[in-house]
Design a protein around this ligand. Structure first.
Ligand SMILES: Cc1cc2nc3c(=O)[nH]c(=O)nc-3n(C[C@H](O)[C@H](O)[C@H](O)COP(=O)(O)OP(=O)(O)OC[C@H]3O[C@@H](n4cnc5c(N)ncnc54)[C@H](O)[C@@H]3O)c2cc1C
Length: 373
């Protein structure tokens, strides 16, 4: 949708067809783990734009019609209903699907990706329902807070000994854990669900009661179409920095795309990727790729993470999340800040993102973000 919008903005007058397997207008997924589970939003507000928006721009919608294959020689996409759509240029933005771990009884568990998944989860949970969430990553943490807010008894089981798989370090994990525990959520860190039974979950030798089990252990890129068409795939569809695959007429963006070696499965990357792919399709200058920006909301808490850690940097706590809005920086070679996380709006996120992009040193970042020391 972001690609289609940008194509029109940049003056493309040819046809644009948007093909989707879900029977909906393109919609925003972030509220599915937050407001939708708390009954806090009307569903039509999830839509990126209303139907009239597409009509006015001459963007043809083929929703509820999965594409089944891409014929690169004929430059055509085949749809499940037997129709064929020819293209001069094609964007693959097929997203990602929940990862299903090899746990005994996994078919009894729910997953969360679509609006139907969110409504099914919401319908299954009542005040007092015992919910077990397998995975304490972004989705697991958000859903835990949302379901606790409607009165469910929620347990989160996370393999790592910290939330978010340990990727954000101990300070932020402790900050989030405190908030979840205060909301009544039980955390089992460093633990694995080994079996999902009828109304029970086994965590090693321990058996706990569970009316609802949600799998939240990450996603897999939906690259089947690309693989079927012989495009290069690794952790997603491989593209260059301008989102072009090994076929110069085919582009990829969003959760499914591994752009210049990096796949980012978050909302801002999908938005910006669609926009950059549109520029590349039209031969316009493609803006530099922005540093990743992840946002997450759980209960009253808000987290932003900008940049990208490779895991071997030192972590510096610039302001302690335990004592109010906090900032943590990941500092690599040359004292450069490669990633920053801010809690509860501690800093202007765009400014922090700009600092990471300009390869600011820790001293520069500190001075910019906290001018009064
Ligand atoms: C519950 C939830 C909460 C989230 N919260 C946040 C958040 O707080 N912050 C954040 O930064 N990110 C969040 N995200 C991630 C964010 O929503 C994704 O990064 C974003 O949706 C990716 O957009 P996309 O267009 O690449 O893929 P998608 O949104 O997955 O869209 C891809 C579409 O392609 C369709 N498709 C796949 N195969 C075919 C085919 N063969 N034919 C036709 N259509 C096909 C899919 O059905 C889907 O509709 C959340 C995601 C979920 C699921």
């Amino acid at each position: 949708m972001r690609c289609a919008r940008t194509l029109r903005r940049l003056g493309h007058t040819g046809s644009i067809v948007l093909i989707a397997d879900e029977p909906h207008l393109p919609y925003n997924r972030p509220p599915l783990s937050k407001e939708v589970l708390r009954d806090d939003v009307s569903l039509d507000l999830l839509d990126a734009e209303g139907a009239a928006w597409y009509e006015r721009r001459g963007i043809e919608l083929r929703v509820g019609t999965p594409a089944t294959s891409v014929d690169r020689t004929a430059r055509a996409v085949e749809l499940v209903d037997g129709t064929t759509i020819r293209f001069d240029q094609l964007l693959l933005a097929t997203g990602a699907a929940p990862r299903i771990p090899p746990i005994d009884g996994v078919e009894r568990a729910l997953t969360l990706r679509t609006v139907e998944d969110a409504l099914a989860l919401r319908a299954a949970v009542r005040p007092g329902s015992r919910v077990v969430i397998v995975g304490g990553g972004f989705i697991g943490v958000e859903v835990a807070a949302s379901l606790a807010a409607i009165g469910a008894e929620v347990s989160v089981v996370e393999l790592a000994d910290r939330l978010w798989g340990g990727s954000l370090g101990p300070e932020l994990s402790a900050w989030a854990a405190r908030s979840l525990v205060a909301a009544g959520v039980t955390l089992s860190l460093g633990a694995a669900v080994t079996r999902i039974g009828e109304g029970t979950v086994a965590i090693g030798p321990e058996i706990i009661q569970a009316d609802v089990v949600l799998l939240a252990v990450g996603v897999m890129p939906r690259d089947e179409l690309a693989r079927g068409a012989g495009l290069s795939c690794d952790d997603g569809i491989v593209t260059d920095a301008a989102h072009r695959t090994i076929d110069e007429r085919i582009f990829a963006a969003g959760d499914v795309a591994m752009v210049a070696g990096l796949r980012v499965e978050h909302w801002h990357a999908a938005r910006e990727g669609g926009e950059r792919a549109a520029a590349a399709m039209l031969g316009e200058r493609v803006a530099d790729r922005r540093a990743p920006w992840i946002f997450s909301d759980f209960g009253e808490r808000h987290l932003d993470v900008v940049g990208q850690s490779v895991g071997d940097e030192r972590r510096e706590v610039l302001s302690d999340p335990e004592r109010g809005p906090g900032v943590v920086a990941w500092v690599g070679g040359g004292d450069r800040v490669v990633q920053m996380a801010a809690t509860d709006g501690a800093v202007d996120v765009e400014r922090a993102r700009g600092l990471v992009e300009s390869r600011a040193t820790l001293t520069q970042a500190h001075r910019e973000l906290f001018p009064r020391g």
